[in-house]
Write a protein that binds this ligand. Structure first.
Ligand code: MN
Length: 235
């Protein structure tokens, strides 16, 4: 049987002017029977369409802030570092994924991007716009849980993990504010941020605000999320 191919959104380093990849994203897919490939950082629609056709699913990775223009806001002074090219290519890839009903997993920026692309809004800067005592921006090591999320009982995440609460790592300064109309929350932090969401009716579209790619080698629940994603491609 052929393994599913997962198109992974490219990471871009502004300082080194370099494409790069976190091994955890790839390993999380490989250990669950998929083949990850990094998609090109291009706005060429023809190239993106052909590349998307090669893929059975898509992983929306972490990285730059989502441009606030996507959800109709101006960037807060000095708080937002975005990458227009990434936003453009990801908008196109997400559209293709939805049209073809291919599985999508968004992690960190990924959950934020999916929400913004589908008509939701974001907190541009949590410390400024949603201050709380919850640690959302931890120091290394990043595989250590720093806050709790409660999981909605009727959500696919609850079915996957069979747990009402989950201890998660956290490394983000932005977050989902208003949920996009087609999305539903799956998990919420103690200070009320949506930390996981899904799209009812789509084969598999999940976003998580924490980082299973940092914890999958030490944490069963992180592995289960990657497994749910790759399993959806076998169905
Ligand atoms: Mn968090």
């Amino acid at each position: 049987m052929k393994k599913p191919v997962v198109g992974v959104m490219p990471l871009w380093d502004d300082e080194k002017e370099s494409l790069w990849m976190l091994p955890g994203y790839f390993d999380g897919i490989i250990t669950n029977g998929g083949i990850p490939i990094m998609l090109p950082l291009t706005e060429d629609k023809g190239d993106l369409e052909q590349a998307a056709e090669l893929c059975d699913g898509f992983l929306f990775t972490g990285g730059h802030d989502v441009s606030p223009e996507i959800y109709g806001e101006k960037p807060l002074d000095g708080k937002v570092s975005s990458n227009r090219k990434r936003d453009e290519m990801e908008l196109y890839i997400l559209r293709k994924a939805l049209e073809s009903d291919k599985p999508v997993l968004g992690i960190c920026r990924g959950i934020q991007f999916i929400n913004a692309a589908l008509g939701g809004t974001l907190y541009q800067d949590i410390p400024l716009q949603h201050p709380s005592k919850v640690e959302h921006h931890q120091n290394p090591p990043y595989n250590i849980p720093v806050h709790v999320v409660s999981i909605n009982v009727d959500s696919p995440l609850h079915k996957c993990l069979n747990a009402d609460t989950l201890h998660v790592n956290s490394y983000h300064h932005q977050a989902v504010k208003q949920l996009a109309p087609e999305l539903k929350a799956m998990a919420t932090s103690e200070d009320g941020l949506t930390e996981a969401l899904y799209m009812p009716g789509h084969r598999f579209l999940w976003g998580v605000q924490w980082h299973p790619e940092f914890s999958y080698s030490t944490d069963d629940n992180s592995r289960r999320i990657f497994k749910a994603f790759t399993d959806a491609m076998f169905n």
